[in-house]
Design a protein around this ligand. Structure first.
Ligand code: HPA
Length: 249
């Protein structure tokens, strides 16, 4: 069985319970080094390869992440499925802080990122991937079933708006995103999802709402809210991964 790839972010700096089979190492790919060391080992009885997109110590900003290297490294490690954990802000009321969302759509507001493997006409060829449904429906179902099993009230579906960062958004930007149909906002969902599709990987996002988006905060300072919510929500994320990783086909 192929290992399951797990990408951690602000919402998952390491995967407790992952027993590494060999010393973690930065992967060298045709696109450069992975953001952080790839940790390959056993988690919940299944082979898992874990990488943190912001790198060790959370130093790489969303626009500077080498998304191509991370996806290429997971593919080269034999992963066929990737669960991407992401901290997001809640735009819609249903995406309340602490809640897990399994989005089903994306709007990409990011710019200037290396967003495709089809770069060099001499070597890469070209394919216009179908991205109508950006997340793998089977893997999404695994995440949602796992959440049900644990009694977590995960939100099934939602539009993930991906901004450039690293700054947070203005209230007007969030209002525009809401008018566009976005339910949650994050900074790292793209081009990761599209690259996974180009690489032929099944990819789904486990988004953790850690704050109300800008202008919807009801007075709470965003950073204080993020810190408080992250700490509490991480236990849910780790429990959910422990349930869903063995169920990945
Ligand atoms: N905006 C963008 N990205 C985020 C947010 C937010 O409010 N919270 C966590 N990641």
């Amino acid at each position: 069985m192929s290992p399951v790839g797990v990408i951690g972010g602000t919402a998952l700096a390491d995967l407790a319970g992952l027993a590494a089979k060999r010393p973690p190492a930065i992967a060298d790919t045709p696109y450069g080094p992975s953001s952080g060391p790839l940790v390959a080992g056993t988690f919940a009885g299944r082979d898992v390869v874990f990488v943190v997109r912001h790198g060790a110590g959370h130093k790489i900003a969303p626009h500077a992440i080498n998304y191509r290297a991370n996806i290429a490294a997971l593919a080269a490690a034999g992963c066929k499925q990737v669960i991407a954990v992401a901290a997001v802000g809640g735009i819609d009321d249903a995406a309340r802080p602490g809640r897990i969302v399994v989005p089903d759509q994306i709007i990409d507001y990011s710019w200037g990122r290396c967003h495709t493997f089809y770069d060099d006409p001499a070597t890469d060829g070209l394919d216009h991937i179908d991205f109508t449904e950006p997340y793998d429906p089977v893997l999404r179902r695994v995440l949602l079933d796992g959440a049900d099993k644990l009694g977590l009230d995960a939100l099934d579906g939602g539009v993930h708006g991906v901004t450039q960062g690293p700054r947070l958004e203005t209230a007007a930007e969030i209002n525009r995103m809401a008018a566009d149909g976005c339910h949650i906002v994050g900074m790292t969902g793209m081009p990761e999802a599209a690259l996974a599709r180009e690489a032929g990987l099944s990819y789904a996002c486990l988004a953790v709402v850690v704050n109300k988006a800008a202008g919807r905060t009801g007075g709470l300072a965003i950073h204080a809210e993020i810190e408080a919510t992250l700490a509490a929500a991480m236990a849910d994320v780790e429990a959910l991964l422990g349930t869903v990783v063995p169920s990945c086909g």
